[in-house]
Design a protein. Structure first.
Ligand SMILES: [Zn+2]
Length: 243
């Protein structure tokens, strides 16, 4: 009798233990799905990571696992369009300059001007064909190995996304100017990040480019800025050409 009660108690305890996390996790799942559902309206914004069913069963529970989604040959990681050495764009992808990014830059330009600083876009959208010309010229001049440190191969340039802007001189003379310092401090407030930071060359695959901005929107740009990580680290992805 005593034994029976103990077993019954134990069973009740175990049932209690296992049911609590189960019910809380399933309710949080369903609430997150419910919360995500209204936002899956026909906007161009890619669906947040939580709304997409995991394509593979995760072997270990990684809380911030990146969701990689390819739509019409374009890769989105956690909803962020990515073009780097690992992830390329289709040759015919030619969206032109992103209007939202352009408008955000104009706001930033005005804020800089109010402090007596002159920042301007020197290179924005570049087509696959144009990038081919640029890259081939650099390869002819410096050799492929060298060119690969500062110029993207066709299909791998962030400029083809229409979301990247090169400012002012587009060379090392921009570094440490008042304009460069101001951009480094304030770009995220307008939705931009310095895409290829100093000392992240081994991760981004590109040399430090204080003039190259990538538009992410204010929320994401601020999170990336505050993380101190480059975009590859932030999204836990690589930037390496497939051999
Ligand atoms: Zn650039």
């Amino acid at each position: 009798m005593k034994y029976y009660i103990c077993v019954a108690l134990l069973a009740a305890l175990l049932a209690g233990c296992s049911s609590v996390p189960n019910s809380s996790s399933s309710s949080s799942e369903s609430s997150s799905v419910a919360a995500a559902a209204p936002t899956t309206a026909p906007t161009s914004t890619p669906v947040p990571a939580t709304a997409t069913p995991a394509p593979t069963a995760s072997p270990t529970p990684v809380p911030e696992q990146s969701s990689i989604e390819v739509v019409d040959g374009i890769t989105y990681v956690n909803g962020i369009l990515i073009a780097n050495k690992t992830y390329s764009l289709p040759a015919d992808y030619a969206p032109g300059v992103n209007e939202e990014a352009k408008a955000a830059f104009e706001q930033m330009k005005q804020a800089a001007a109010a402090e007596g600083l002159n920042i301007y876009i020197s290179s924005a959208f570049r087509s696959y064909e144009y990038q081919t010309k640029i890259y081939n010229n650099y390869v002819a001049r410096d050799g492929q190995q060298q060119a690969d440190t500062y110029s993207a191969r066709p299909g791998h340039s962030e400029h083809q996304t229409g979301l990247a802007f090169d400012l002012n001189s587009i060379d090392d003379s921009f570094a440490n100017t008042p304009e460069s310092d101001w951009v480094a401090q304030h770009a995220h407030e307008y939705g931009f990040i310095i895409r290829y930071p100093a000392d992240k060359e081994s991760v981004t695959g590109f040399k430090y480019e204080p003039w190259h901005l990538r538009y992410l929107g204010v929320d994401t740009a601020t999170k990336v800025y505050e993380s101190g990580l480059c975009l590859e680290e932030y999204l836990d992805i690589t930037s390496i050409y497939p051999q």
